[in-house]
Ligand binder design. Structure first.
Ligand SMILES: Cc1ncc(COP(=O)(O)O)c(C=O)c1O
Length: 288
């Protein structure tokens, strides 16, 4: 693991941040998770642009420019030196007085972690993972907009914990209206016939970079797609279900709440997308 912090690249023991940082005290900050595949940082500019959008929404002044942050990610990736890895770029509100008021936090902090990450064992990637429907719902857009990739991830943490306690791999999170938002840290896709469907961000899905990529790859492959509201029943009626995320990759789903979703065995659309992804990642990746 390599960590860029305060202009230096260090190991995890040396990377320190203040206990008075509002990122720690209140989850006040933002992050990006990026995939490094075949020696390229996947869609680095898109990740930085999402971070910048979130910072604007939170009124958080990023301490570095987009170009400087890109350089920081590249330098840390180089220091780690592996062709497959995961990047975590974090910006916190910085130190301040106790109390939620962010106006006294004048020194936002940025750090970048590059490490290896395996979210699901390989055999699960082949056979499909088990989901449970989480009892916690995604906050409404006017409570804590899920489009902002903030450090406040307790909602996802609790959903994931529930899944693990029930022996499942991942949680399906619904919004307050009972529509599917996404999984704890991944977007969800359903295939029915030759049509690919994913919930719109207005239903509580993060505008995932992998999600967008899958929609673009589908267009290139002539697979029709729609951003459309979905319920649990759509999973049971689906031919294929899969999750997407920078950490997760493209992960087939086998069961929801113990019940089979999609066809077992070969999943043709998921397979085509999986096969097309490495070429797309090469085109869309920034070498380091
Ligand atoms: C809540 C949530 N949804 C979806 C995703 C997938 O987004 P991306 O493909 O940009 O990694 C993530 C990524 O970590 C996430 O945290």
């Amino acid at each position: 693991m390599k960590i860029w912090i305060s202009g230096e690249i260090v190991g995890p023991e040396e990377a320190k941040i203040s206990v008075l940082d509002h990122g720690l005290l209140y989850g006040d900050g933002l992050f990006e998770g990026m995939r490094i595949q075949a020696g390229r940082i996947f869609r680095l500019p898109d990740h930085l642009s999402r971070l910048e959008g979130g910072a604007r929404a939170l009124g958080l002044e990023l301490p570095y420019t987009i170009d400087e942050m890109g350089q920081i990610v590249v330098e840390t990736a180089r220091a780690f030196g592996q062709p497959q890895a995961y990047v975590r770029l974090v910006c916190t509100r910085g130190k301040g007085a106790l109390g939620v008021d962010p106006t006294g936090c004048t020194d936002p902090q940025l750090f970048c972690i590059v490490t290896s990450l395996t979210l699901y064992p390989n055999e699960k990637l082949a056979s499909g993972i088990d989901l449970i429907t989480a009892s916690v719902r995604r906050p409404a857009l006017d409570a804590l907009d899920p489009q902002i990739k903030s450090l406040n991830y307790l909602n996802s943490v609790l959903a994931k914990r529930e899944a693990r306690l029930q022996g499942a791999d991942e949680a399906l999170i619904l919004n307050a209206r009972g529509l599917i938002a996404e999984a704890a840290v991944a977007n969800l896709f359903v295939v029915r016939g030759n049509r690919l469907m994913t919930p719109p961000t207005t239903d509580g899905a993060l505008p995932g970079i992998t999600r967008r990529s899958i929609l673009e790859i589908a267009r290139e492959l002539g697979i029709s797609s729609a951003e459309i509201s979905l319920g649990r029943v759509d999973l049971f009626q689906a031919d294929e279900v899969f999750l997407t995320g920078s950490g997760a990759g493209i992960v087939p789903v086998a069961r929801l709440d113990g019940q089979r979703v999609g066809q077992s065995g070969l999943r043709p659309v998921t397979k085509r997308l999986l096969e097309a992804f490495p070429g797309f990642a090469e085109r869309m990746g920034v070498p380091f």
